[in-house]
Design a protein around this ligand. Structure first.
Ligand SMILES: CC[C@@H](CC(=O)C(=O)O)C(=O)O
Ligand SMILES: [Zn+2]
Length: 332
């Protein structure tokens, strides 16, 4: 992403992972600019600057968090490499659970232990990623800071966008170089960057066919099957057509990630640990359905078809053959 000359750059290109993907930049505008809401209302990502939305969190460095979240049992993912590909072992179908090998461990630890561990991490060794929901249990000081977020501004966006309730806020503390591989969420997301820099590659729902998400009943539901570090273009040929929208966010930036938009998130390499806070909202309830349906609605339909089929067939391994019988030679 080309930074304008007058923009202070505190990162450089070699901190960014190189992928063979065509990309353009996500628009970036001050929160006072009406174009921000125009872009959001079109369902497109935008980087919102200078909003001070989570200003009270600017002091959330490791020392402060360790002091004020000391007793919280935090969810931490432990990975043997830089990838932290989400999996949901709750919804695993029995048949799939037997074959599925979780790519990393999920543990709980006090934040003090987390801070000590990431300090002693060696390059190429195990990596940690703290991903803790911000609830009342995180401690009074943190709750006090949270309550001092710019809620008037945040609720103004929620209202104007017609979103449903705020479902959760995730506190994310990542080691430099950590990657959350490409996936989509079924919620609207205001992603606030607090410390350090992250680069997010976003892809609209229209590019579903380029990103090959795992089947709905798979533990990696919603996650792309494509390994961006080593894409298998024989198995996933349309990945070559993917066009990313790149956002590089730093302290004080807020990125709108629309629901069902695929996104790949990386903490810049050699940039120190990163702190982010996201805001996940239920999406606007669709009123009267307008035709033709949009890509987001078609993704929701595909999800429902897969869920119906796996429920009807009982065996996930039968879903593929049935869909092939339904389509091959009949629909193309
Ligand atoms: C969940 C982790 C990820 C963010 C993300 O995917 C989201 O907020 O939806 C990241 O920052 O590494
Ligand atoms: Zn996400």
């Amino acid at each position: 992403m080309e930074e304008s000359d007058d923009e202070r750059r505190t990162w450089d290109e070699n901190q960014i992972r190189k992928y063979d993907i065509k990309m353009k930049s996500v628009p970036k505008h001050s929160f006072v600019d009406p174009i921000v809401m125009e872009i959001m209302l079109e369902g497109r990502p935008v980087i919102i600057t200078d909003s001070k939305m989570v200003e009270p969190a600017a002091k959330w460095n490791l020392k402060y968090l360790a002091r004020h979240m000391g007793n919280t049992n935090c969810n931490v993912i432990v990975s043997k490499d830089h990838n932290f590909k989400y999996y949901d072992d709750k919804c695993v179908q029995k048949a799939v659970r037997a074959k599925f090998v979780p790519p990393h461990k999920k543990v709980t630890m006090k934040i003090g232990e987390f801070v000590d561990k990431i300090k002693e991490m060696s390059p190429g060794g195990e990596r940690l990623y703290l991903q803790q929901a911000l609830t009342h249990s995180v401690g009074t000081e943190i709750v006090k800071d949270f309550l001092q977020f710019k809620w008037d501004y945040i609720k103004g966006i929620q209202k104007e966008m017609g979103w449903g309730s705020l479902t959760s806020n995730l506190l994310l503390i990542g080691m430099e170089g950590n990657v959350t591989p490409c996936h989509y969420d079924e919620q609207e997301n205001l992603f606030a960057q607090v410390k350090g820099y992250k680069r997010i590659l976003l892809f609209p729902p229209e590019q579903f066919e380029c990103l090959y998400p795992h089947p709905v009943w798979h533990p990696h539901d919603r996650q792309s099957q494509v390994d961006f570090d080593d894409p298998d273009l024989t198995k996933f040929p349309k990945f070559a057509n993917a066009m990313a929208q790149e956002a590089i966010v730093g302290p004080g930036d807020v990125l709108f990630i629309p629901n069902y938009w695929f996104h790949h998130v990386e903490s810049l390499q050699n940039g120190g640990y990163t702190v982010s806070v996201n805001f996940w909202y239920k999406s606007k309830s669709t009123g009267a359905v307008a035709y033709p349906l949009n890509a987001t609605q078609k993704m929701a339909i595909m999800r429902n078809v897969e869920k119906m089929l796996v429920d009807a067939l009982r065996d996930p391994d039968e879903v593929g053959p049935l869909l092939r019988n339904l389509t091959l030679g009949r629909y193309h």
